[in-house]
Ligand binder design. Structure first.
Ligand code: PLP
Length: 360
């Protein structure tokens, strides 16, 4: 059988070892006689799963004790509104950086609750490069500064952390969380939909400094109040139990890869191989500025776009799936999240070289 490699931008491409373990435990988790899906979320078995998942995430990311870890639902989209509802804390404006489609969605939603000051926009660089912080127009009265550290569609990643003084820094890390070490203490709030590097769609992770919660705007629904979830250890309502369980397995898998420093080395190697190849030929090209090339989502184009359909068809026949670029940008996109093995990237490059030889 052809070896399959899935280059999907999401939902979830999970490590094979995790899927294997989950399938072995599907009917009977650790001799409990129950599937994790059948457990009470308030029973001792599930509570041990959730606590271990949180402890492993805290260890992996080095999350300080004064930060809450929340396991929520609603995806990163729900965070686009929860963030202003919870973090405006009496202020009227918030700062947002525009790096592309996901940043713009966050901006659109925030504008329903406050005045949004767009500190800078990558539009001037056709969304191929993130503006340096020296070009940002920060507002000292802003309640927080929001940015998207990896634009999943555009393929722009930021490898530096903005310095915003005492104003809380809020970041959407949906598509590259856990791909490398970060310093959590530099942030007020970090959020991510689980469905790229963490686990199945349906789980959203929020890491928030505890002094920032408990001051929601009037009319905030109970379910959208971080404090309610923090006070109830993410069990105010039925949490996405199976998603939390799989996330816990992924965290253990990451620890076995040498933690975030270990997986970063592999991510540098994988993305480096693909970018080096893209730069070595004019048959393909990457549109993104060198310093912002995402290690997770790599858009590229063929010089002759008439060959796009053939490229995709032949790639699929060789087990290289879901390489079609986002509908808004066209071209190709190879998403190589943590779970993509080095061999998958090598197989993609070998195919691309072959395709170039026969069509170049
Ligand atoms: N932010 C980023 C960077 C994303 O990549 C996505 C989805 O792909 C979202 C937000 C939206 O996430 P969700 O579908 O979980 O609401």
């Amino acid at each position: 059988m052809t070896q399959i490699y899935n280059f999907s931008a999401g939902p979830a491409v999970l490590p094979k070892e995790v899927l294997q373990q989950a399938s072995e435990e599907m009917l009977d988790w650790h001799g409990s006689g129950m599937s994790v899906m059948e457990m009470s979320h308030r029973g001792k078995e599930f509570i041990s799963i959730a606590q271990e998942a949180e402890a492993d995430l805290r260890e992996l990311m080095g999350i300080p004790a004064n930060y809450k870890v929340l396991f929520l639902q609603g995806g990163a989209h729900a965070q686009f509104s929860m963030i202003p509802m919870n973090l405006l804390r009496g202020k009227k404006t918030a700062d947002y950086l525009d790096t592309g489609i996901w940043a713009q969605k966050a901006i659109e939603e925030a504008a329903k609750y406050c005045e949004v000051n767009v500190v800078a926009s990558a539009a001037e660089q056709q969304y191929r490069q993130v503006p340096q912080q020296s070009q940002w127009k920060l507002n000292p009265d802003a309640a927080f500064v929001h940015y998207t550290s990896n634009e999943t569609i555009g393929g722009l990643e930021m490898f530096w952390t903005p310095q915003v003084g005492h104003v809380p820094l809020v970041v959407d890390m949906s598509s590259h969380i856990l791909s490398r070490p970060i310093d959590v203490s530099q942030y007020g709030l970090i959020y991510a939909g689980a469905q790229k590097n963490i686990g199945p769609a349906g789980l959203t992770i929020v890491i928030v400094r505890d002094d920032l919660i408990g001051q929601t705007i009037a009319g905030t629904p109970t379910m959208l109040d971080y404090k309610v979830h923090a006070d109830n250890e993410s069990m105010y309502n039925t949490p996405p139990t199976y998603g939390i369980y799989i996330a816990g397995l992924v965290f253990k898998w990451l620890k076995a890869q040498g933690g975030l420093a270990g997986i970063e080395k592999l991510n540098i190697k994988k993305s480096g191989l693909l970018y080096d190849y893209l730069d070595s030929t004019d048959f393909y090209s990457s549109p993104i500025a060198l310093e912002n090339r995402s290690r997770m989502n790599i858009p590229f184009t063929l010089k002759n776009s008439d060959l796009d359909a053939d490229f995709l068809k032949q790639a699929q026949a060789q087990g290289l799936l879901q390489l079609k670029g986002h509908r808004l940008l066209g071209g190709m996109r190879a998403s190589i999240y943590n779970a993509m093995p080095l061999e998958g990237v090598q197989a993609l490059i070998a195919f691309m070289q072959d395709f170039e030889r026969t069509n170049g």
